[in-house]
Design a protein around this ligand. Structure first.
Ligand code: SAM
Length: 289
């Protein structure tokens, strides 16, 4: 197996195929072998797993996943990598590469078709320019056991943030609604070619099998969360009043009071259970006209 993280292997390989990195496609390739090894190891992938990898690049993580998994399906948007991946991962019979934009795929249908009888998992060193849309698609697919990804460290901190901290955001709640996050380890910029400007981190999202909160209407719940963070430095009463104009300021205050909150409470201090209570109260009022 070619050690594609060894720059003495990688550089001539890329040069031979006239390959130049595309910044627009978020191409920062791993040049430290311990990183893909550690990601694959920590992801819990084994022969019972069907793994969706996004952006194999020249295949460092693909190799490690294919060594462990029942099946790997890797989605790569850059056709220029075809001949290189042929050389670096062509030997794996449990690997299928799809030449496509992951954001255009029907992920639940793909998982059903490619991984029958296997535990679906997602694992990737993500292209950073589309981290949020990819994570959104992977979590909303509601078909993976775990999603283990490398992202910018600040994004990992945002995903795993606690209420009341600067990193806590609507995206935090979105991710924590679907999964329990755990930041596994940092990856310095020097582990990539070309080097990104930021430190990266690997985060594991263990997808919830059941929700620990009673949420009566998912759409109202996420609308409540978005309204609460849209006006971050304003009170929750004002946020809710502008996110739900039908409530008005007085109605927003009533919702908060009936859930036991002062109208001056700030959304960024509330946990998911508290957003759930507020959203359920808004939903109840809507149902009652
Ligand atoms: N896995 C390789 C590694 O760790 O060295 C490459 C990771 S690089 C950060 C991101 C990869 O995602 C690139 O190979 C890039 O071409 C690919 N990519 C970018 N946008 C994509 C998209 N929309 N769908 C699928 N792959 C994409």
């Amino acid at each position: 197996m070619l050690d594609v993280c060894d720059i003495h292997v990688m550089k001539p390989l890329l040069a031979e195929h006239g390959f130049h990195f595309s910044k627009a496609k978020g191409q920062n390739f791993l040049i430290a072998k311990w990183v893909p090894e550690q990601i694959a190891e920590d992801s819990g992938v084994d022969e019972t797993a069907g793994v969706l990898e996004i952006g194999p690049g020249i295949g460092p993580l693909t190799q490690q996943l294919a060594l462990r998994a029942g099946k790997v399906c890797a989605v790569e948007v850059d056709n220029r990598l075809k001949p290189i991946l042929n050389l670096t991962v062509g030997e794996f019979s449990n690997l299928e590469i799809l030449w496509d934009d992951v954001l255009k795929l029907d992920i639940p249908a793909l998982v059903k078709e490619k991984f029958p009888g296997l535990r679906p998992m997602a694992c990737a060193n993500l292209p950073y320019y589309i981290t949020s849309p990819i994570l959104t698609a992977l979590l909303e697919a509601e078909c993976f056991e775990t999603v283990t990804v490398m992202v910018q460290k600040e994004v990992a901190q945002r995903i795993a943030a606690k209420p009341g901290t600067a990193d806590y955001s609507a995206f935090t709640i979105f991710c924590q609604y679907y999964a329990e996050p755990e930041i596994l380890f940092d990856v310095p910029a020097g582990c990539f070619m070309p080097q990104p400007k930021v430190t990266s981190a690997v985060i594991a999202l263990r997808v919830r099998k059941t929700l620990p909160w009673q949420i009566d209407n998912k759409e109202i719940f996420f609308r409540t969360v978005r309204a609460s963070f849209a006006m971050r430095r304003k009170t929750l009463q004002n946020g809710l009043a502008s996110g739900f104009p039908e409530l008005g300021k007085a109605g927003a205050a009533e919702v908060l009071t009936s859930c036991g909150f002062a109208p001056t409470v700030r959304g960024e201090t509330l946990g998911i259970d508290e957003f759930a209570a507020i959203a359920n109260e808004i939903y109840r009022r809507k149902q009652n006209g």
